[in-house]
Write a protein that binds this ligand. Structure first.
Ligand SMILES: [Zn+2]
Length: 176
């Protein structure tokens, strides 16, 4: 098994973050390695979720771990072809951020509970109902696979303001 490696995370605006990603037909060691790299990149950032398009790979793969309690056992999840099967009518509002939109946060309303089906890294079909932060995070990450960012839920002015800040950040980083 190859060593895990950190991948660099794309910053919005980037056309690769706006694409609809392709399903993963079959698992391979390469794809499992990709999931491991994504988890390592996510923990290193640090973040609670990461989607393959954020590292420039247009495949339907997300990773997440929303365990936040100090000293609690981590729960790394890698989901291939995740799909929301059902959403609650009840909504929840969380202040969201994104590793592709660093240091910008905004409240987004989403279904409070979602049932998700996915293929795990061993190729098993899994299904689970998530609530709380997990529900928000898994919906945010699945959105990435459809080219949707959390700022797409904001009013246009706020979205444009954040996008301009990111353009400035990218110019500064390019100069360094
Ligand atoms: Zn994100």
């Amino acid at each position: 098994m190859p060593d895990m490696a950190l991948r660099s995370i794309l910053i919005h605006p980037d056309p690769r973050l706006k694409k609809v990603c392709d399903p993963v037909p079959d698992l391979s060691d390469e794809l499992r390695g990709l999931a491991d790299d994504m988890l390592q990149t996510m923990y290193d950032a640090p973040g609670i979720g990461l989607a393959a398009p954020q590292i420039g790979i247009a495949k339907r793969l997300i990773v997440l771990d929303c365990v936040k309690e100090e000293g609690a056992e981590p729960r790394p999840l890698a989901m291939f072809n995740p799909e929301v099967l059902a959403s609650s009518d009840e909504k929840n509002v969380y202040e969201e951020g994104c590793l592709s939109i660093p240091e910008q946060y905004a409240e987004v309303e989403r279904p409070a509970e979602v049932t998700v089906r996915w293929m795990d890294r061993d190729g098993n079909e899994r299904e689970e109902t998530f609530d709380g932060l997990w529900a928000t995070c898994v919906q945010h990450e699945i959105d990435h696979l459809n080219g949707v960012l959390f700022i797409d839920y904001l009013k246009p002015l706020k979205r444009q303001l954040i996008t301009r800040k990111m353009q400035k950040l990218k110019r500064e980083r390019a100069r360094d």
